[in-house]
Design a protein around this ligand. Structure first.
Ligand code: UDP
Ligand code: MG
Length: 318
């Protein structure tokens, strides 16, 4: 790979019901891409690839119109809503440029970083993370849950860059390595640190969404967090083992105590303690089964090797 020459760039932009903000984002991205081309920082054949993740609004029509007007616009339409992570993989799978940068359609992430990322690539870095300086533009709830999540992941021994979402540059070689991970339940930001290569970070302040609403409601956020934890760590299973061991140990002591009391002729007093232990142990067992079930469910989904997505339509240019 010769980093002295000017690289070609693909911007990967997943869109789910983004018609409200599409034109605005397209204008900004297109102008920025043109500037980089004019400044000879990237090649002329660089492009923006929009992935329509099964939108119910007219996002795809807008992508088609944009591609007719602008030679730098390409598109992929997925046959249904597969989620942000899978939409990204769908887009990344068709990249043929030296470098690619994935960015959200609402452009909350500072696009000036694209320039800095390309600079880093030219210095020899193959993976460049866009990292938020702070989380001031998030709601208190989102900020709180994010801190909790990153701490939990760290405790579980999962390597992950805090405050980095999916705004990142990948070289062609790093991208091909990422695509070798064939798991169906995919959590990209957990996989990237596993790739190795030279990695760098650029810092930015995230702005608020200009139009439309977040496509990551609480349910999807929790789903992604659970994906992150169960895809990369078996520590929850170990914790269950440990709780089970401690509970058995305490039960043995309790059994010894009860037997001694019985032999000495004391009668058992009341049901309260019995009921409490039944409820407590029942709760622990159900919770443990739930966690084990989560992992078994994951194995079940993986062994079926179902395809992650289907492409309904594409707009590609030579
Ligand atoms: N997105 C997607 N499929 C989904 C949900 C979201 O492709 O099922 C896209 C969305 O269009 C956006 C990006 O993922 O480009 C991030 O979503 P959003 O900005 O709503 O998330 P937030 O910034 O609120 O975390
Ligand atoms: Mg957003």
């Amino acid at each position: 790979m010769d980093k002295e020459t000017i690289p070609s760039l693909a911007l990967i932009v997943p869109c789910y019901n983004e018609s409200e903000i599409f034109k605005h984002s397209l204008n900004i991205l297109k102008n920025f891409l043109n500037c980089l081309v004019e400044e000879k920082k990237i090649k002329e054949n660089s492009y923006i690839l929009f992935i329509d993740d099964g939108s119910e609004d007219d996002s795809w029509q807008q992508i088609i119109l944009a591609s007719r007007e602008l030679s730098c616009v390409r598109g992929i339409k997925l046959s249904r809503n597969c989620g942000h992570q899978v939409a990204l993989i769908a887009g990344l799978s068709s990249v043929d440029t030296d470098i690619c940068i994935s960015i959200d359609a609402d452009l909350q992430d500072d696009i000036q970083c694209i320039d800095k990322m390309v600079e880093k690539y030219k210095q020899g870095f193959e993976i460049v993370y866009g990292v938020r300086k702070d989380r001031s533009t998030d709601t208190v709830f989102k900020r709180g849950t994010a801190i909790l999540f990153y701490q939990l992941m760290e405790k579980m021994g999962v390597e992950q860059i805090a405050n980095h979402a999916d705004y990142r540059l990948l070289s062609y070689r790093a991208l091909q390595s990422l695509l070798k991970f064939k798991e169906r339940n995919i959590y990209i930001r957990g996989l990237i640190p596993l790739l190795g290569y030279k990695q760098a970070r650029v810092y930015y302040t995230r702005s608020e969404r200009l139009a439309g609403e977040s496509k990551y409601p609480l349910k999807k956020m929790l789903g992604l967090a659970l994906e992150g934890i169960t895809s990369f760590s078996i520590i929850p299973l170990r914790i269950i083992c440990f709780i089970g061991f401690i509970t058995c140990f305490i039960s043995l002591i309790a059994i010894g105590y009860i037997l001694t009391e019985k032999m000495m002729g004391y009668v058992v007093q009341g049901w309260a303690s019995v009921l409490i232990s039944i409820f407590f142990l029942g709760g622990v067992q159900l919770f443990s089964l739930g966690i084990i079930g989560e992992y078994i469910g994951k194995i079940y989904m993986e062994v079926k090797k179902r395809p992650k997505f289907f492409i309904e339509d594409t707009i590609m240019k030579e």
